[in-house]
Design a protein around this ligand. Structure first.
Ligand code: KG4
Ligand code: ZN
Length: 367
């Protein structure tokens, strides 16, 4: 359907802009009045090259890289979709959580387009966008449990509806992807670390090194990865100089420890969801975030889901990692409910989806 025809049939066309971390992304998504979504374009430019030398994301470099390429990315997204700004129903941009400099770049750009073309503006919570992606990819509607596992976030949420989230678990220290990245850095495997650790682990023996499984059996569905990282460093130091086989064994042990913890914590969250909603547990587990690409973790989650009678839904990798389509889709869903935002909406580097969730005890808790 052409964008022009779309506006005649009650379909909304939303431009989504994502700049909260190290991906500059823009996309155009159509949402039919029935609630069915379709991606018209989805352009993502990763900044890995800019950050590789530092072994992690440098906020100043990220913000500058967004400034340099966002206009081009948006132009590409519009061209690929065959649309002009006059065809849009609204503009959505990530307002948080994330790195302030990058958020400001995306917000200012999104607001300028909305203002210049007289369009509604939507300030999107990045976590909400991850949470709602399965509506776009599979037409899956809440309620469901969401496990969000990325470089910046590790959360389990009970998604009750658009704008209604209950946080069941979060990390009390590092994010899960951060733990993969730090492990890779420690073992000299490069950045981003997740895929490198996974590749090395394939040739490893997970039983050679005994790593801790913190948080197992705890009442709340929280996570912790800092102790695991320290234990791994001690094992690596004791085994130095590291042979290729030892690195593989350490990676395999790390993946096994992480997977055991995630399995336990997700199981606990399922119990919590069932306690809060007797007789109407969601029985659907959605996984999002870059770490969802990890095969060992996915196999573990398949086993947990099967054991407890849950269906497992994992969006395709390109929509699990940060992208503009998820922002556009969250925007379209909010637009359908009339939830637009004013143009003076400020960036929110910390923006929990569930403001009522009690703080998780631990150092450096992430929103
Ligand atoms: O969702 P994402 O693309 O970006 C955000 O952090 O928001 O996630 C990136 C994270 C990185 O920490 C990366 O190392 C990790 O996902 N990752 C993986 C794998 N692929 C990416 N971790 C484990 N195994 C993988 N195959
Ligand atoms: Zn993300």
């Amino acid at each position: 359907m052409s964008p022009d025809a779309a506006s005649r049939t009650g379909t909304s066309l939303v431009l989504g802009i994502e700049t909260s971390c190290d991906e500059t992304a823009a996309a155009l998504v159509a949402r039919e009045a029935s609630g069915k979504g379709r991606i018209l374009s989805n352009v993502v430019r990763s900044q890995w090259e800019e950050h590789r030398a530092y072994g992690g994301v440098v906020p100043e470099i990220a913000a500058r890289a967004h400034v340099e390429c966002l206009d081009q990315i948006i132009t590409e997204a519009m061209r690929e979709a065959g649309a002009g700004f006059q065809d849009l129903s609204a503009v959505a941009a990530t307002a948080g959580p994330g790195l302030n400099g990058g958020l400001v770049v995306g917000l200012v750009t999104g607001k300028a387009i909305a203002l210049a073309h007289g369009l509604p503006f939507l300030a999107i919570n990045h976590l909400e966008a991850h949470a709602l992606t399965v509506g776009l990819t599979e037409g899956l509607a809440p309620p469901y449990l969401l496990l969000l596992v990325s470089g910046g976030h590790t959360q389990i949420l009970f998604v009750e509806g658009v704008g209604r989230y209950r946080r069941l678990g979060t990390t009390i220290d590092d994010a899960i992807g951060e733990a993969f990245d730090k492990t890779a850095k420690l073992l000299g495997l490069g950045y981003p670390g997740g895929p490198a650790v996974e590749r090395a682990a394939l040739a490893g023996n997970p039983g050679r090194f005994d790593l801790p499984r913190p948080m197992l059996g705890r009442r709340e569905a929280h996570f912790s990865f800092a102790g695991l990282k320290t234990a791994l460093r001690h094992r690596a130091e004791a085994a130095a100089p590291l042979s290729e086989q030892t690195i593989a064994d350490l990676c395999a042990a790390f993946e096994a420890a992480v997977s055991d913890q995630v399995a336990d914590r997700v199981g606990r969250a399922m119990e919590m969801a069932e306690e809060g909603h007797p007789g109407r547990a969601p029985l659907r587990l959605v996984v999002a975030g870059g770490v969802a690409a990890n095969r060992r973790l996915k196999a573990t989650l398949e086993a947990v889901a099967a054991k407890r009678g849950y269906a497992l839904h994992v969006p395709p990798p390109a929509l699990c990692t940060d992208n503009g389509a998820m922002i556009a889709w969250a925007g379209a869903e909010r637009l359908a409910l009339g939830l637009t935002d004013p143009l003076d909406f400020s960036a929110r580097p910390r923006w929990p989806l569930d403001p009522d969730a009690p703080p998780a005890i631990g150092a450096g808790v992430k929103a």
